[in-house]
Design a protein around this ligand. Structure first.
Ligand code: ZN
Ligand code: ZN
Length: 398
């Protein structure tokens, strides 16, 4: 395992060049053309046979090394519509777009793992799939790749491992857990309808603005009054829009909401409660039945990320052996969502590791912040080692 650390150290300078290049040239979800080109070259140079254009700009690099298990390593490729304010010398050169979720680091770690595993061929036997997944931030890319034959055009993986940067953990630390790791999520559109009219004659209207305000507050009782206190559930309203003028009551108000859950039954309970409360609040406001609020679950569902206990333990043991026991910690479930979960839903056992990015003197910015500036060296080093060592643990020779 000392060999893995030494190899990682030797690869670090050129990996950091790749990282800075990826960071400076971010691309939005579904538009990862240049990113795919850079990764295709890097994975080919590491010895993989690369197939591009899977589920959009998705990429699969295959490293074959005799008989044995098929291990999938996955990195996400897309950036966010956020103007970068880190002041870094390699900051985004694309106005309004930024790698603020560390996907540039995940891709670099994936290339690092490819190089390490190619150099360590004598120590493992099997096949490794290096999967670069587009469109994670709109939770679409994993499904698109599966629909485009990820598990039929390539050998179906026996397990899959991914890393994600973690601003809650110190740089160099690795966090994971067995079972629920991140939340399932639904995006919900709610149109509150009324009867518009003159603001000076509210008596001649059915005001959807007042009704929308009552509905937003009433929906918060789902968490506080209906869901089992021991269950995880969040409902947040992220957008509320209605009307155009001071003195006109509009016909409708549009709400956009985000729901997070761990248990499918809690999700169903929450959705049923949203429909009931929205309709009931409207009825109490005198809204006629044909204008009952419209509740739509939009096509951005993501299941909870559930990791495999045996796989997580096997990989964690190997990572402890390489990096030291004190560097590997158990983390609580995350309230965010991650579409790596979709590969698990398709029947592949998953392990998922958060790679710490918090450092002394850092600016403390979290994921999706315009100031998110993770320490590149520590993160690339640890990320590459986590992916490579996990693969060795799953496909060890003999
Ligand atoms: Zn993100
Ligand atoms: Zn992310």
């Amino acid at each position: 395992m000392k060999q893995v650390r030494e190899l990682a150290e030797a690869e670090l300078p050129s990996l950091l060049v790749l990282y800075r290049d990826l960071h400076a040239h971010p691309e939005l979800s579904g538009e990862e053309t240049e990113t795919a080109g850079r990764l295709s070259s890097a994975l080919s140079a590491a010895g993989c046979s690369v197939t591009a254009g899977i589920g959009g700009h998705g990429l699969v690099g295959v490293l074959e090394n005799g008989t044995g298990p098929v291990v999938m390593l996955r990195a996400d490729m897309d950036a966010l519509p956020i103007p970068e304010e880190t002041g870094l010398p390699y900051a985004s050169r694309r106005p309004g777009i930024m790698h603020a979720c560390g996907h540039d680091l995940h891709m670099t770690a994936l290339v690092g793992a490819a190089r390490l595993l190619a150099a360590l061929r004598d120590h493992w036997s099997g096949t490794v799939l290096f999967v670069c997944q587009p469109a994670e931030e709109i939770v679409a890319g994993a499904r698109l790749m599966i629909a485009d034959g990820l598990f039929s055009r390539f050998p179906k993986p026996d397990c899959a491992v991914a890393v994600h940067v973690g601003p809650d953990l110190p740089a160099g630390a690795v966090g994971s857990r067995s079972g629920i790791l991140s939340a399932g999520g639904e995006s919900i559109d709610l149109i509150v309808r009324g009867v518009g009219g003159h603001a000076a004659h509210p008596d001649r209207t059915r005001d959807p603005i007042v009704l929308a305000a009552q509905t937003v507050l009433a929906l918060q009782t789902i968490r506080s009054r209906e869901i089992d206190p021991n269950e995880f559930f969040i409902l947040s309203t992220g957008s509320i829009h209605g009307g155009r003028k001071h003195n006109a009551i509009p016909d409708e108000v549009a709400l956009k909401m985000s729901m997070r859950y761990h248990d499918r039954a809690v999700r169903d309970q929450g959705l049923a409660a949203i429909r009931r409360i929205a309709a009931g609040t409207a009825a109490a406001a005198g809204i006629p039945p044909d204008l009952t609020p419209a509740v739509t679950v939009i096509d951005e569902s993501v299941p909870p990320l559930i990791t495999d206990a045996a796989l997580t333990e096997r990989c964690s043991t190997a990572i402890r052996g390489c990096l030291g026991a004190e560097r590997v910690v158990t983390i609580p479930p995350l309230s965010g969502s991650e579409d790596f979960a979709v590969f698990g839903e398709a029947g592949v056992p998953l392990a998922y590791f958060r790679v710490g990015t918090k450092e002394e003197g850092g600016n403390g910015a979290y994921l999706h912040s315009s100031r998110f500036a993770p320490p590149a060296e520590a993160t690339v080093r640890t990320g590459s080692i986590v992916l490579a060592v996990s693969t060795l643990a799953c496909a060890r020779k003999g």
